[in-house]
Design a protein around this ligand. Structure first.
Ligand code: URA
Length: 293
């Protein structure tokens, strides 16, 4: 029988004491299963816990998490309304990038979490998480473009830490988040069954390859969105500007200095993981034989 989200979390937490030979599972302070509403219609997936997440056992509680909270608030949501998880459930030592075999080792838990939650929309936070689900895509080109793959709707967005490092991505991130509620609504209206049937027949956009015969390829299809990428509405732009100012105020109160590129970079233990977020890179190998796609 399928496990509940709580049972999956217990299994992940218990893994800390199970010898598996993978470095993050033994060097982490604790495993970080993910948290939020087990019945959420929107799920967020990041890459791996960092230092703060490792200490607290909760995903996205550091500086990037604070921005995630603000992004959620900008669309009228809180962490309690969504489910947040990572591809990797344990902090890689020194915040290094997870190795493909480590991601593969943890992948079945993520698959199980997705199946248990059955979200209408999965928001992929950053290019690393995106590369696991939508290989061959570029975050700089694909952020904010919902994609349909095997009946599941994915929305890749820049990683919040990337926007802390590069303030120029902040507005883009808020704009991409702005479409989440209407996207989820549209998925609900269309119905998952219809989407599942449709994802078998949609044609990949030019440049995208993929077929059932080649599960490694990205056969996702773009599904249009009626929300423009840029803020055309001055009222909406004003709301975003206000939220940005409030974030900067919070930041300077907390850190005693104004938010700028350098201080944002210092808040992130490994800025090099995010500084190239907007730079196109070949995707890393997809983890193992997941069976998800
Ligand atoms: N970055 C991630 O990808 N996940 C976290 O939980 C925190 C930072």
């Amino acid at each position: 029988m399928a496990r509940s989200i709580e049972e999956i979390a217990r299994a992940i937490l218990a893994h800390k004491d199970e010898p598996c030979g993978f470095e993050p599972c033994s060097t982490c302070t604790q495993m970080v299963p993910g948290n939020g509403d087990p019945n959420a219609s929107i799920m967020f997936i990041g890459e791996a816990p960092g230092k703060n997440e490792d200490a607290q056992g909760i995903p996205f509680v550091g500086a990037a998490g604070k921005l995630l909270d603000e992004l959620l608030a900008s669309v009228g949501m809180t962490r309690g309304d969504v489910f947040v998880a990572n591809v990797l459930k344990a902090r890689p030592p020194g915040n290094r990038d997870p190795l493909p075999e480590e991601a593969a080792h943890h992948w079945p838990w993520l698959e199980e979490q997705i199946a248990a939650i059955d979200p209408d929309v999965i928001v992929l936070l950053g290019r690393h998480a995106m590369a696991r689900f939508l290989p061959n895509r570029k975050i700089s080109e694909d952020h904010g473009q919902p994609r349909l793959k095997a009946g599941q709707v994915y929305l890749p967005v820049y990683h919040p830490a990337a926007a802390l490092y590069n303030g120029g991505l902040r507005g883009t991130l808020f704009a991409d988040f702005a479409q989440i509620p209407s996207l989820a609504e549209r998925v609900r209206e269309t119905g998952r069954e219809t989407l599942l049937a449709r994802s078998g027949v949609v044609t990949a956009p030019s440049g995208g390859g993929g077929s059932a015969a080649n599960p490694e390829a990205d056969d996702s299809a773009a599904i249009g969105t009626d929300v423009p990428a840029e803020f055309a509405d001055p009222a909406e732009a004003a709301t975003v500007a206000q939220s940005q100012a409030s974030f900067e105020g919070d930041y300077s109160r907390e850190y005693g200095q104004p938010l700028d590129g350098m201080s944002a970079a210092r808040m992130i233990t490994s800025p090099e993981r995010y500084e190239s977020e907007s730079v196109d890179e070949p995707p890393r190998p997809a983890p193992g034989q997941s069976g998800l796609f």
